[in-house]
Ligand binder design. Sequence first.
Ligand SMILES: [Zn+2]
Length: 178
Amino acid sequence: MLLYSGGMGTPSQSMRIGHGYDLHRLEATPPDGEGRPFILAGLPIEHEKGPVGHSDGDAVLHAVTDALLGALGAEDIGQQFPDTDPEWRDADSRQFLEHAVDMMQGAGMRLGNLDVTVICERPKISPYKETMIRNMAGILGVDPGLINIKGKTHEKVDAVGQGHAIEVHAVVLLHATD
Ligand SMILES: [Zn+2]
């Protein structure tokens, strides 16, 4: 585990910013493809395709986990939870984010705010926003008002625009707790 060495006493470390990015290929669910049940921010969503992945393929929780880990200067999600490790096969991605939250608290930091952008052609994200925000607020232990999520399409361009993949960006700001 690699944590930044600045220490909490230094003013330059009173805030930390982190960015996380994730992409999963979307395929039809078995027997027509290898798509898993579609899940975003811990919310199962009815869709004819699903993410291909080693864990549950929750691209939102993966991007948010990496944003937190990035802000802490810690090893990323792929290093800490390798997709070659059978322990993480079919894993509920909540545990990845819970681990990052533990690390954040251990480093003496708390969430300032979190902004998430989901890019996919379908399904539309807007009907699920509120529940996804509530789910993440629960895991992060914060007021839902600190979390924002928005959906965008890729204007039918490239693999994402043709519905073959989902992309998520997450930006997080952390504050020192004292
Ligand atoms: Zn992922």
